[in-house]
Write a protein that binds this ligand. Structure first.
Ligand SMILES: *Cc1c(COP(=O)(O)O)cnc(C)c1O
Length: 359
């Protein structure tokens, strides 16, 4: 019997990509597949995103894994390259580099390459993480143009810091700054992550970079994917492995963090932080057993979680399925219960969980 399973719904994935196109009908789509496609399985997800115009990843190894898996679409490296020695790998594999730093520019100027590389120039418009300053833009742009190692159509991009919050004016300011810098430059412009796609149409540009929304999850504060007509791709399930009684006053789990105030029954389920379920999920975080919600009791441990099933009037048995998150229980809600974001929960799924891909 298999216990922890991540079911991956590939029809939901296709639906979500179509939904990206509904939001941004005039933009090309660079599907973001970093961190094992947000924990969904890099190559499998890529194989089912035929409709995307390009892929984007954070690390060169992720891009190489896509090529090894037979994927031939253009691949954008969101952090560019890290050393001049990486450049022949980029060239040989048709990887496009985001250039955000002067060291990369110098490496490109000094390298001896057989052919030019496709580059995106990243401008810092307020995120203050990667990207060149607005004041450096024209200089960088001209130096890239002058470099034989770089293809002449240098695409232009930036990244939003607060697009998940529609009441924050920062995103509008970032769009205005970006537009004022790139005005008159005909090359492709790319600004929006999922939150930008959903909430900031002025930032759609020629290309969009959806990550989280492809997986059916909302990037917006206090929302679920359903509110944007997205469908969750991952359903994380396991099984009940024991049912036990506790008496009033007994403490449950490590540290005895939770003390039962009444006699009740617990279903012990095979899921824990060793599977990637968040240890900080608070007492009462919901799970679904047989279409009904129950709350977890006490601390999450490595391999198990206790679930309070009351008097078990629903007759839950060993072997019953338990949904930790999925279409019936939004991962956004579990993230809130664990004071984190759904991105982290999806990325944290460990190799102990088996994947089942539903066509
Ligand atoms: C991860 C990432 C994205 C995708 O962000 P989502 O919020 O998951 O849509 C887009 N652009 C860059 C630069 C990223 O690092």
């Amino acid at each position: 019997m298999r216990l922890a399973i991540a079911e991956i719904n590939l029809q939901a994935l296709a639906h979500n990509l179509a939904q990206v196109r509904q939001f941004a009908p005039n933009s090309k789509v660079m599907a973001v597949l970093k961190a094992n496609a947000y924990g969904h399985g890099l190559v499998k997800i890529a194989q089912h995103l035929n409709d995307a115009d390009a892929f984007a990843v954070a690390r060169i190894d992720e891009a190489l894994a896509l090529r090894a898996g037979g994927l031939t679409k253009p691949i954008v490296l969101l952090e560019g390259f890290f050393h001049q020695d990486d450049l022949p790998i980029l060239l040989a594999n048709n990887f496009q580099a985001i250039i955000h730093d002067e060291n990369q520019l110098i490496a490109l100027e000094q390298a001896q390459l057989d052919a030019p590389i496709s580059c995106w120039l990243k401008i810092n418009t307020g995120m203050h993480r990667l990207g060149i300053a607005a004041t450096q833009f024209e200089d960088f742009y001209q130096r890239l143009l002058a470099t034989e190692n770089v293809k002449n159509n240098i695409n232009l991009m930036t990244h939003f810091s607060c697009a998940d919050d529609i009441s924050d004016s920062k995103t509008a300011q970032q769009i205005v700054l970006f537009d004022s810098l790139v005005i008159g430059k005909q090359q492709a412009h790319c600004l929006a992550n999922s939150a930008g796609i959903i909430a900031w149409p002025a930032g759609h540009g020629d290309w969009v970079r959806p990550g989280l929304m492809l997986y059916g999850v909302s990037p917006m504060l206090n929302c679920t994917g359903e509110q944007h007509n997205l469908k969750p791709v991952m359903r994380l399930t396991t099984k009940v492995i024991a049912i036990r009684d506790v008496e009033a006053g007994q403490c449950v789990g490590y540290g005895g963090r939770w003390q039962s105030t009444k006699a009740t029954k617990l279903a012990v389920v095979a899921m824990g932080y060793g599977d990637g379920y968040p240890r900080h999920a608070k007492h009462g975080t919901p799970v679904v057993i047989g279409n009904k919600r129950y709350g977890i009791a006490g601390n999450v441990s490595m391999d198990m979680i206790s679930v309070d099933i009351g008097d078990n009037s629903d007759n839950i048995k060993v072997g019953d399925d338990v949904v930790m998150w999925g279409s019936e229980l939004p991962v956004e809600e579990i993230a809130q219960c664990a004071t984190t974001i759904p991105y982290e929960l999806l990325c944290n799924i460990t190799p102990r969980v088996s994947y089942e891909y539903l066509e």
